[in-house]
Every structure is written in C-alpha cells, then in structure tokens.
Design a protein around this ligand. Sequence first.
Ligand code: ZN
Length: 240
Amino acid sequence: MKLDVLAIGAHPDDVELGAGGFLLHMKAKGYTTGIVDLTRGEMGSRGTPEIRAGEAEAAGNILGISVRRNLDMGDGHLELNLANRHTLAQVIRELKPTFLVGPYFNDKHPDHAAAGAIMKYASYDARMSKLELESTPNSCHMLLHYPCHIYVTPGLVVDITPYLEQKMAAVRAYKSQFGESGDDYDSDYIHIGITDYILHIKSRCGHFGSLVGVSYGEGFFCQDPLLVNDPYYLLPGVRD
Ligand SMILES: [Zn+2]
C-alpha cells in the first residue's frame, strides 16, 4: 500500500478534530488517506477502548480513509522513546505516505505533544537505510502539525469549506465523547474539557478560514519552508 496522506493522533478522535477536513479534501481529489492512532484512549473520562474503537471505525468511514491502525502505546503515558519511534517508523515504511500529519509537538496535553514528537522523529527513522526494520526505507516529503489545545500560527491553511459538515459528522461519530447529539456542550460546558470541542473546533475552522479569505479552514504548522516555483500558485483564482 502507498498512501498519499497518513494522519497521526494520540487518541482516537484527534485526527478528526485537527485534520478531518484535510483528509476529506485530499480524498475528494483522488488521493489515498489513512490514520494511525497511537493509543486506544483508555484513560478518557468517557467511553471504553472498545466503544472508542467502534466510533473510530465509523468516523473513518465518513472520512473515506483506506486504512486505520491503532498502535496501543498507552494512553496517559505516551512517551517519545526509541521503541515508540521505531514502531511508528515501521508503519511509515509500510504505508509510505507522502504527507505526514500529526499533533503540534508543543501542545499542552502531554500525549499530544509526545505524539507530535514521535511522528517528527519517526519520519527520520523511517528513511534511514541502515536502521533494520521491516519494509524498505521511506522518505515523507512534508510534515504538517495541527494544533490541539493551544493556538499555533499556521504556516498553511487548507480550505475545508465544502467539507466542514462532513468533518463535524466524523467528530460526532464519537458519541461517547461528544454526546448522542454531538452538541451537549450547551448543558455541560467545561473549559479545556471534552465538551468544549464541538463548539470551539468550528470556531477555530472559521478563524483559520478568515486568515486566508475562505469560510472554513484547517491550519497547520509546517516546520520546513515551502518550495514555490510560481508564486501565483499561492493565489488561486487571481489569474484563472
Ligand atoms: Zn487527544
């Protein structure tokens, strides 16, 4: 299998919240997409790992992904260590993504920060020819990091306006996390708790969209500068 985009999450639902629109956008363009969850979310206040696995499958179907795996690295104590790096590097070698997408590595939540760092370094491990893992080395061409609990000035914003409702449907598939209706924040709002997500994720998409002149966007931190041959490519519609 050769994926165009592989998105990483610390917990099932992280990818849907941070990059679900991007995956839908890429899928609509005919590219292959997949998700790797690093933990089963067993430390979450709501739901069980089994329930969350079922929800992850339903959400993945809404996103149209080709593959979803769970590496079960331990919710609540996800660590940047060699074993975890090499486990993810092995998967990267197998799935050979061009784009790797994962949490921002300075996030407030230790699991999200660790997941972003594991992805960053596993992408290096995956391309080292003398590192003996199964499968042949793979070089990802671009790493993108989505913000979770903190604001990150994005290096690029993807227009997800046509896919916002589908992204939110994928988020709402996690009924154990967001309630049956997917909007129980109205009665149970807790700041930096699980119930602020639905409300704020839409607001965040609106804000990122406003930065680039579209209704809704997903923003990503990109550590490396972007190569541009024709700057007009960055101004869609200006010379069409
Ligand atoms: Zn999470």
